[in-house]
Structure formats: C-alpha cells, structure tokens
Write a protein that binds this ligand. Structure first.
Ligand SMILES: Nc1ncnc2c1ncn2[C@@H]1O[C@H](COP(=O)(O)OP(=O)(O)OP(=O)(O)O)[C@@H](O)[C@H]1O
Length: 271
C-alpha cells in the first residue's frame, strides 16, 4: 500500500531524517514517537510533499508519489490529508466554511473567493461535523470553539477530501487530557469505520500504546523501533528517548490516565 524507501532529508549539513524505510501493507493506525528533533514532523511533511526528500522514494499503491509536482502533487496531498497541532483553521470564518475548504483541492480558488458551495458539499460537511459530535457549532466562528472542537473541525476538513491516509502532526499536543481523548478517539474511529490509515506523531507513549496498532520510534532521524504497543517496553522507550536509567514514562505522559471514566465515555459518545 504505502512504501517509504530510504527517505532522507538534509537541511544544510544537518540530517533531519536519515534513510527511513517503512512498509505499510494494510490500513492501520500508526504512532510515531521520539524526542524533540528526532525527525517526526519532517517525515510526515515529506509524506504530504510539504517537504521534498533529499533522497529516497515514497510509493503508494504502486505509484511513486515523492516526485509529483503541480496538479498531480495536489491530488496526492488530497489523498493524504494532514492535520496539525495548531489546527490551521481560518479563525474568523465559520466552522462549516472551514470544513468546506477541504474541497478546494478540486474546486479551485474561484469558489474560495465567492464562497459558493454546492448544496451537496454543504450537506456532506454538516454530516461530517455531526459524525464528530460538533454539528451544533457549524455556524460559529472557528475561533469561538475550544481547542478540542477546533481540532475536530480540522479533522472534518480533512475528511472532506475523502483521504486514504490521515497524517496528524502532534494532533493533541495543545489539548487538555479530556480533549486529547476525544480527538484520539475520533481518529481511531475514522480508522476503524472507514478503513483509512492514520499516521500520528505523538509526544506521549501512553497515547501511542492506547490508540495505535503499530508504533515507530525515531531517534536522530532514524527508525530505531518498529513494532506493536506490547513490544514497546519501558526499556525500549528509554532507548528511543535516549534517556538514562532514571527515565520515567510519566515524563512523556499527557496525564491521560488521570482522565475520568466519564470523559472516556463522552469521547466515545461524541464520535
Ligand atoms: N526547515 C528546517 N530548516 C532547518 N532545519 C530544520 C527544518 N525543519 C526541521 N529542521 C531540523 O530537523 C530536525 C528534525 O526536526 P523535526 O521537527 O522533524 O523533529 P520532531 O521529531 O518533529 O521534533 P518535535 O517533536 O520537537 O516537533 C531538527 O534538528 C530540526 O531543527
């Protein structure tokens, strides 16, 4: 399905991503973990063509995507929608228009300027917002929503593209534990119900273990672990983070484990 071969990115003399090879042969939810500067964002940004690899190849369903340009590159970017830590919404624009911006890859800029959206797209945007439990916010400005709600709007915008892959760069790093749960549960549900692959950069081991089927550990640009959550022991985590024996998993926790059962139920009900 998705094959990353020896992908490398150098910024000047610094190597941010160093010969990363990853094969994904079925829709799956993957968490990428590693210390700050390990290369997680750069890897995700190369997958989405926001950064161009210095070396290496990305192939999806037998098609090489790493060298695409122009319209073909935009087509691929629609197939692998990206969401970001800071949501990247238009703050003063209403929620449903933000979601409809997810269709711009096929609609062109004229529609963005005139804000003339086909009824079918508007209905679809509302349906996606409903699925994410935030349809009541549709008419509000994005900036009026909580961080967790804004991230769900960003997920809705991504879903408007009907992507095969969702790339999420630290999607919960700005959120409180309860909203982090809701957003991760939304991504998990999208993976399970729609069969979309989700690849998430995460700061926290507990989140990767709880929501992902496969965890990739990066250190200094390289993949140093690729396995199941069960294989991600404290010793392995210590190696990934380059920590000494005093390494504590709490240092990489979002305190999600302190979240009440009610919050978890709410997260599930919202999706
Ligand atoms: N545009 C850039 N120009 C120069 N160096 C960069 C650029 N982007 C990233 N880097 C460097 O590449 C390395 C990897 O950065 P990257 O952001 O991919 O790591 P990360 O694992 O996502 O870190 P964090 O968790 O802090 O976001 C770092 O040393 C960073 O300073």
């Amino acid at each position: 399905m998705l094959q990353i071969d020896s992908l490398t990115k150098r910024f000047g003399s610094a190597t941010a991503v160093d010969k990363v090879t990853v094969k994904v042969d079925r829709p799956i939810m993957i968490g990428i973990i590693g210390a700050s500067g390990a290369g997680k964002s750069t890897l995700l940004r190369m997958l989405n063509l926001l950064e161009r690899p210095t070396e290496g190849v990305i192939t999806f369903e037998g098609r090489q995507v790493s060298g695409l340009t122009g319209r073909a590159a935009r087509g691929w970017q629609a197939e692998c929608a990206m969401i970001f830590q800071q949501f990247n919404l238009v703050p003063r624009m209403d929620v449903v228009s933000n979601v409809l911006h997810g269709t711009l890859y096929r609609a062109g800029t004229l529609r963005a300027l005139t804000a003339m959206w086909p009824d079918a797209d508007i209905r679809r945007a509302i349906d996606i917002l409903a699925r994410l439990g935030i349809e009541e916010q549709a008419a509000k400005r994005a900036e009026a929503l909580s961080g967790g709600q804004q991230q769900r709007v960003a997920i809705a915008r991504a879903l408007m593209q009907n992507p095969k892959i969702i790339l999420a760069d630290e999607p919960i790093a700005s959120l409180d534990p309860m909203n982090a749960q809701i957003v991760m549960q939304a991504l998990r549900t999208i993976h399970e119900e729609d069969g979309r692959t989700v690849i998430c950069n995460l700061h926290t081991l507990d989140t990767a273990r709880r929501y992902c089927d496969r965890v990739i550990g990066m250190k200094q640009g390289r993949v140093v672990f690729d396995g199941t959550p069960e294989q991600l022991t404290t010793g392995v985590a210590r190696d990934i983070y380059g920590a000494d024996a005093s390494f504590s998993e709490d240092a990489t926790s979002t305190e999600i484990r302190d979240t009440t059962a009610d919050a978890i139920r709410e997260a599930k009900a919202a999706v």
